[in-house]
Design a protein around this ligand. Structure first.
Ligand SMILES: Nc1ncnc2c1ncn2[C@@H]1O[C@H](COP(=O)(O)OP(=O)(O)OP(=O)(O)O)[C@@H](O)[C@H]1O
Ligand SMILES: [Mg+2]
Length: 465
């Protein structure tokens, strides 16, 4: 196994010697630094598997550097080098978390062996950390809610294909849960304890996407003053989620195709390609096939990605799931806002059921969050869900869905909506003064009062000042 090693020593000859010993016999990447302060900065900027440091250095001693390493990169294994090995310093270093120490002068074999053991130890520790993290993640993992036949079938397919290495393409409108499904695939795979890394193809500028994906070598271009790991490398043994894949330009499409076909990636400015061990899941809210027809997406890449594909339905195509989702989000946002909300009022639910939801589940989630924040009782009311603009817009839920209700129910719903809006408007115009509002509307004061009570409108809120 290969690793990234940082060597710190104030003697430049020693650095050169160690670099030679390590790179001669191994594939490890070695970075040397004679200034411990610069070494600390370096650790802050990039990850290392092993840090080898001299004990006695003028500016900062090895024990202090060890402390810094433990703080910045707790997973790295630190090896101490000293010409003055005494039991005390060795004990102190190991007590403070150093992996091992070696005495100068040392034999080549000894240092190489210590590095190998450090890397093995480090890998084991990482696995434990990753395992613990993955258990915690699984608990916190948001479940995919839905009992409609489409969602049920997607869920069972997710479980089926998760274990394979096949590339998966997830298509669906914005907010339909593509990322959630990608994470579910990872969580059900054997790779679940390894990283799930997202590449947002729209967020990375075109010029640097290659170095973001594949990393770069120091000096590959202006500004590349250090070697940098790419996202493909970070996702090693895990899953690489290529989000918004339809946004990639044709140049990158070609490079990605090579990566998918050969599994090889080469850092920008590097000579050697590395074998990538990653599972690819891609997502897009475009119709990729359509992009292929328009010659905006390579056909060969499309077929390479489209080994297994999921099309997530829009929320309006599975309205049956709305009550379940509403219940789920109400519970979640009630807890988050420290409230005891038990559900939504029936007419609020019928509004939620009948909306078109162009933003799909994300939009529904936002609406529920808003309702939960504004809600002052056990159940979220229609008003709590409405934006200020909707309060003044005509009959908010008078749409197609209304016509599928029985006549009586539809009529009542429309009348109630009318009551609300009309009375809301006249109260607003009269600053909450019921007598004046009744006079303006040509209604009996008592009658208006009764409707206000029935609709639970808050006259106080219309008062100015
Ligand atoms: N079936 C579901 N059950 C519960 N929550 C869901 C479900 N589907 C989506 N969500 C939630 O809806 C939100 C949007 O989902 P997600 O980010 O996965 O959508 P997306 O398809 O990737 O959207 P975009 O195309 O805009 O990136 C998230 O908060 C997600 O947790
Ligand atoms: Mg997404």
């Amino acid at each position: 196994m290969t690793g990234r090693i940082l060597v710190v020593d104030d003697e430049k000859d020693m650095l050169a010697l160690l670099r030679r010993i390590i790179t001669e016999k191994t594939e490890h990447e070695v970075i040397v630094e004679h200034d411990p302060f610069k070494a600390v900065k370096c650790m802050e900027e990039q990850p290392f598997n092993v840090v080898i440091t001299d004990l006695k250095m003028p500016k900062m001693d090895g024990i202090a550097l060890l402390d810094q390493a433990r703080r910045i990169q707790p997973a790295a294994a630190v090896i101490m080098m000293t010409a003055y090995a005494t039991i005390e310093t060795a004990v102190e270093a190991t007590r403070k978390g150093a992996f091992d120490y070696i005495t100068k002068p040392f034999r080549k074999e000894r240092i190489l062996l210590t590095i190998r053991r450090a890397l093995d130890w480090q890998a084991l520790r990482c696995e434990n950390v990753a395992l613990r993290e993955s258990l915690a993640r699984q608990k916190a993992f948001p479940s995919i809610i839905g009992s409609s036949p489409t969602i049920k079938s997607i869920l069972s397919q997710v479980k089926q294909v998760a274990k394979s290495m096949a590339t998966i393409l997830i298509q669906g409108e914005s907010g339909t849960g593509k990322e959630l499904v990608a994470k579910a695939i990872h969580a059900h795979s054997d790779r679940c304890s390894k990283p799930f890394v997202t590449v947002d193809c729209t967020a990375i500028p075109e010029q640097i996407i290659e170095s973001e994906l594949f990393g770069h070598e120091k000096g590959a271009f202006t500004g590349a003053w250090r070697n940098k790991r790419g996202l493909v490398d970070e996702a090693n043994q895990g899953t690489l989620f290529l989000d918004e894949i339809g946004e990639l330009n044709t140049g990158m499409q070609a490079k990605l195709l090579r990566l998918l076909q050969e599994g090889e990636c080469k850092p920008v400015g590097g000579l050697k390609s590395k074998q990538a061990d990653v599972r690819f899941v891609a997502a897009t809210n475009h119709d990729l096939r359509e992009l292929v027809v328009q010659k905006r997406f390579r056909e060969d890449l499309f077929y390479r990605l489209n080994v297994i594909s999921f099309r997530l339905p829009a929320l309006r195509e599975r309205r049956d799931d709305i009550p379940l989702l509403v219940h789920h989000f109400v519970k979640e946002y009630s807890r988050l806002n420290n409230k005891q909300i038990r559900g939504v009022e029936p007419e609020a639910m019928s509004m939620l059921m009948s909306r078109q939801w162009p933003g799909n589940i994300r939009e529904l989630e936002n609406v529920i969050e808003r309702g939960a924040v504004l809600c002052q009782s056990e159940r979220i009311r229609l008003e709590d869900f409405m934006t200020d603009a909707e309060h003044t817009r005509a009959l908010p839920y008078f749409d197609e869905a209304m016509f599928s209700l029985p006549f009586k129910e539809a009529k009542e719903a429309v009348i109630r909506a009318f009551h609300r809006q009309y009375i809301h408007a006249i109260l607003q115009q009269n600053q909450g003064n019921i007598s004046r509002a009744a006079e303006q509307a040509g209604l009996q004061r008592q009658y208006l009062h009764r409707i206000i009570k029935h609709e639970r409108l808050d006259t106080e809120s219309f008062k100015q000042g």
